[in-house]
Design a protein around this ligand. Sequence first.
Ligand code: MN
Length: 729
Amino acid sequence: MLQAKYKKKLDDLLAVCHKNLRKVNDDLIIRAFEMSVEAHKHDLRSSGEPYFGHPFEVAMVVAKEIALDDVTVASALLHDVVEDTEIEIDGIRREFGDTIAEIVDGATKISNIFESHEITQAENYRKLLLSMVNDIRVMIVKFADRLHNMRTLEYLPAEKQQRIAKETLDIYAPFAHRFGLAKIKWELEDLAFKHLHRSEYEEISHSLNAKRREREHYIRKFIVPIENRLRQEGLQFTIEGRPKHFYSIYNKMMKRNKPFDEIYDMFAVRVILDTEENNACFTVYGIVSEIYKPIPERFKNYISIPKKNGYQSLHTTVVGPEGKMVEVQIRTRQMHEIAERGVAAHWYYKENGSQAPLDRELENWINWVREMFDQKQGEDVSPKELIESFKLNLYQDEIYVFTPKGDLKILPKNATAIDFAFEIHSDVGFHTIGAKVNGRIVPLNTILRSGDQVEIITSKKQKPNRDWDKFAITHKAKAHIRRYFKEEERRLAEQGREVWEKKARKAKLHINDDELTKFVHTRRFDNLTAFFLAIQMEQIDVDIVIAEIMDAGKSALPEQRPEETGSLFNKFVDTARSITSGISIFGTKGDLLYNYAKCCNPIPGDDIIGYVTTGEGIKIHRRSCRNMQSMLNNGEERIVHVEWPDATSSDYIAGIRISGEDRKGLLTEVTDAISNYDNTNIRSVNISTKDTMFDGQFVVYVRNIEHLNGIIERLRRVRNVSKVERFDE
Ligand code: MN
């Protein structure tokens, strides 16, 4: 039985649900409510109040301010249950089914992801964004959760306030914008602004209050003649002064470097029409223009060309009484819903059926996010690039360009002709030989601008060029170009394999793929594909390779690498091992004979295993060694557990290879980057520059693998550095 105070809350929530949602499963809400009360009964919030107040308020936001459906409300009630109480996700699944369990699970995980949007987390980030696209309700719960946390931020320690406010501004607000949740976005921004710039916030708030009467009076005067005319036309409408949010005023003040008074002489009014006729908006535009003189260059038609998040409206700026500028926004009720509640409203209309155009827009939106993240497995896009491309698309504006037939294409700012080509169709992209912008032939790397008319010239014979990847910026174009070259390499490697097999047969060389793989590893090829590709590209001479293998005799395939592997590396490995005191086998440091495998060169700190060989004692391999599988195939009993001794006060040493385009000051910057990262000590440096290329090998002291990875991540951010890797061969 619920206590009286909870009964009241439950009634409130149900009432709000029935008011705002089309259908409500009372039983579902009640059960979620009861489980949440029970699960959180011993917890308190930072404010000292019972914890349940939080999920309850989050559910209220979802029911009232976003108003999607009852499933989201139930999920909101349960959103912290798994994270903060004993109940597991399976418990929720049993009780409420898969959908709610997925939403709760997604919302739980997404917090962690957003909190650490480190580059190394990109893969998780991608998975989550995908799951969130599959069910946008994950994000809706998350936005509501964040909104309530921001509303109650003052109970947290100051430092935490700053971090959360900043994260809200950096991540949640732009996301909310993408989801079209304008109201939520504004409130998030204003709340974050309040905590990050308290005095500026108070100044604006004070100034707005001081001028409220004056402003309301003016708006009244401006609106009356419009209201009269609209009524004469028999239109149903609402007209209101539009509140500006604090953060945008602040941004304007900063951008234009002007005081409040000069920014806020701009008034804004909104007309919302209760009709489904989009054309009525243009009628109203005409009427407003008759009453007040419009400023033509400020007219924006987002009805014919909606923003990518689905926003539609007409914007016009007119000269009002006393010569003051007033911005008027004109939209239908449905456009208004979408403007305020974005994807949630889309969802609503979609469920309502019969709204085909909206379906299509929602679909476009979902495709947009999907395209961004949904690449095939194994495709060669680094997490860093992925995040950058996502940020680009999340934060930057869009441009509107046209095909010769006048079809509109929306691209991110700074998109080039090649992006446009792939936007039209991958086939067009692949066969592009040139582009015309506004009738003039331009290079393919030309950056397009809104309003450009772009024509792509194609030829059946044309093939993608490797340079394209450098100036394509959309994920779509980049993915196609990279996939093409991957495919191309695979094809050439196939041909290379045929060449190889033919010659090997002729020479009567019998060698299977495993053996050949071992051999190509000694030649610094990552795998057979790379080896066959080199054959086809005539980078290596097959006859010589065959002769070499025949010479060595198959059984004695060289495990050791050729001498030129670099004496620095050998020296490095020796030193690395000498600073530890051997390894322990079966947990004891016995007198067993062991040595280090040359295929993977383990160094202290690596995760290792021992492999019992015949005659050579135990070989120490890295657990990630590429020969691991074949060792396992030879019998699991031959693998033994080995360990490095406990780390002493002395650190381990590790090698890092850095390459990139040389420039003045690069070495200093790289060295600084290393030593400033957690006070890392550098043991030795070996640099070579060839033409304009920089190639450096650094040996550093690290405490563990995380430390090493941290340094590597840091180095990747140094300008002009194109490759950073741990050096192990
Ligand atoms: Mn929460």
